[in-house]
Design a protein around this ligand. Sequence first.
Ligand SMILES: C[S@@+](CC[C@H](N)C(=O)[O-])C[C@H]1O[C@@H](n2cnc3c(N)ncnc32)[C@H](O)[C@@H]1O
Length: 260
Amino acid sequence: MSARYGNSYVAHGVPGERSRLGTLEAAFDPATVEVLESLSLPEKAGCLDLGAGAGSIAAWLADHRPLGRVVATDTDTRFLTFPPGAPVRVLRHDVVTEDFPPASFDLVHARALLFHLPEREKVLARAAQWVRPGGWLVVEDLTVRPVDDSPHDLLRKITKAGEELHRTTMGSDMRWADSLPDRLRANGLQDVRSRFTPGVIGDGSATDAFWTATFEQSISAQLALGTVSPEDVEAMRALHRSPGFRDVGVAMVTACGRRP
Ligand SMILES: C[S@@+](CC[C@H](N)C(=O)[O-])C[C@H]1O[C@@H](n2cnc3c(N)ncnc32)[C@H](O)[C@@H]1O
């Protein structure tokens, strides 16, 4: 699986990817942090951040649980750098093929990771087992569902093309997030709750910056797949900068549950 992600238009080696991950963090860290702050975790919590990307959530956990320990994993760890002395261990780890012992962590977190993995159901079941009894699993993934109701035909077309690009190149499911709370319950988690963070576009917001960075970075892959034309791309750029344009892009679903 990592070969699929690692060869995609969002691989870490693609120019602009570090900056694009920064836009994802700026757009969705506030919602993630709000959920993490609402969880009861011990002072010395052991935390695992799977597919940690550029590491903002692992860094936040290290700042807020300085007596604990954080393990930040990724198949490509080049962006995972932390200040000296931060209680973070960076681990090159493929969540599809590599394990942790059962009941190893008070918190297991994965954002914008599982929806990309064709093996997402099995990974979710395994990740739930890595949580200690009484600890929390927090899974967050992106969904394109809000765009179904967009009044802009072109945005719906571009979004469908993006969904298709992700599905064919990586096996991603950009609607799986919609059923996350049920999936957590099905894996035996309790006190399940969820939060929906819309991705507004056209307003110069942090979610708009994430949408724009992702759209621009995807264009050559989209054109190669043939699901959008150069005219579509230009028309989308023009729509996006037209005065008064506002719509919804991808949104984040954050679901958490406690292991009994
Ligand atoms: C969209 S990024 C999200 C990064 C971070 N979680 C965030 O939300 O800011 C997905 C991350 O998952 C990593 N990844 C992809 N496949 C993986 C796998 N099989 N095991 C671990 N990490 C993986 C990628 O390298 C990338 O850093």
